[in-house]
Design a protein around this ligand. Structure first.
Ligand code: NAP
Length: 305
């Protein structure tokens, strides 16, 4: 694979896990040319351009846009926001990648897919679409590398709990006594970038990614306490209250059902997982909760000296 051909990174302006944005930066740091796909021209697009990426605007649900942005690229990272059109976008990408002749398609999926089958699905429309997307990509015959991370630290463990950690020293989530091993999206991005930089040895592989430890939420809270040098505890809140709160915030139904299912699966012990994909691909272990919380200490109200 020629190193002078641009690598396409979709979802490059992301702000949740922002895997695409971090991958773009990591590839540029390696001196590789990147075509960064965004949905619209804004300050995030300008920042990607300033960092050295070729920025292209398009909609992953529009076949003509996808054809335009993929043309000329042989390596592709495909990931986009949790949303109702995910399966359609994946199949559109697969059709275009076959037409254009892509040599490596790195597909963002989810670790829950490892536990799914025709007889055993989940209530999350997103997880179902990832399962179907993986099936469709397998039928496509494309050279695919599948990335299956467990829950990201950036969502539940930062965005959703930072206000209560800041104000009350409490992680309030309906996770029961289930164990979990969240992974930093930055580590997921390191894996994706390493694969895109040299896809050959990875083609056809599935990488499951977790953090370094699976523990219940009391254990997670102890890592917050260590990182912030103050007491943080876990409060197991009623799932119905939590769901009502998500709805009150006006999240799309697809996303709400996905988050509610993730919480249910946590309570059922289905996030008690450990996988070494991060270290195996990048040579460096995955970030711990403590390291992550230290990194974002300000958002949790700061570290007590
Ligand atoms: N969060 C987790 O715990 C977790 C765990 C495992 C796997 N995952 C998977 O990770 C992926 C999400 O990654 P992420 O958090 O890095 O994403 P992200 O930060 O939410 O970024 C996704 C990007 O996709 C763009 N996008 C959405 N719809 C688009 C469309 N129709 N056309 C073009 N671009 C579009 C968004 O654009 P705008 O910013 O303009 O809207 C956004 O920049 C999903 O596949 C999810 O299932 C997440």
């Amino acid at each position: 694979m020629a190193d002078n051909e641009s690598i396409l990174v979709t979802g490059a302006a992301g702000r949740l896990g922002a895997v695409g944005r971090t991958v773009t930066g990591l590839l540029l740091d390696r001196g590789l040319p990147v075509r960064a796909m965004v949905r619209r021209e804004d300050d995030r697009a300008a920042a990607l351009r300033a960092a050295g990426a070729e920025v292209v605007v398009g909609d992953l649900l529009e076949p003509a846009d996808v054809y335009r942005v993929v043309s000329g690229c042989r390596r592709v990272y495909f990931g986009m926001s949790v949303s109702a059109g995910y399966l359609e976008a994946t199949v559109t990408m697969a059709a275009v990648a076959r037409e254009v002749g892509v040599n490596a398609l790195v597909n963002m999926s989810q670790m829950t897919v490892s536990q799914m089958s025709i007889q055993n699905t989940t209530a999350s429309p997103q997880q179902r679409q990832h399962w179907l997307s993986e099936q469709a990509l397998a039928w496509s015959g494309l050279p695919v590398v599948t990335i299956r991370p467990t829950v990201f630290l950036e969502g539940f463990f930062l965005r959703l709990v930072s206000p209560t950690v800041r104000d009350r020293g409490r992680i309030e989530l309906p996770f029961g006594q289930g164990k979990t091993s969240p992974v930093a999206a930055a580590d997921v991005a390191r894996v994706v970038a390493a694969v895109l930089a040299d896809p050959g040895p990875h083609l056809g592989r599935i990488y499951e990614l977790t953090g370094p430890r699976s523990q219940d939420m009391h254990g997670v809270a102890r890592e917050y306490s260590d990182a912030l040098n103050r007491k943080v505890t876990y409060s197991d809140i009623p799932p119905e209250d939590w769901e009502r709160e998500l709805k009150r915030e006006g999240l799309p139904e697809h996303l709400t059902r996905h988050l509610v299912t993730m919480a249910e699966l946590h309570r059922a012990g289905r996030y008690d997982r450990l996988a070494d994909g991060v270290e195996r691909v990048t040579g460096r272990p995955a970030m711990s909760v403590r390291e992550f919380v230290s990194l974002y200490a300000d958002e949790f109200g700061g570290r007590r000296s």
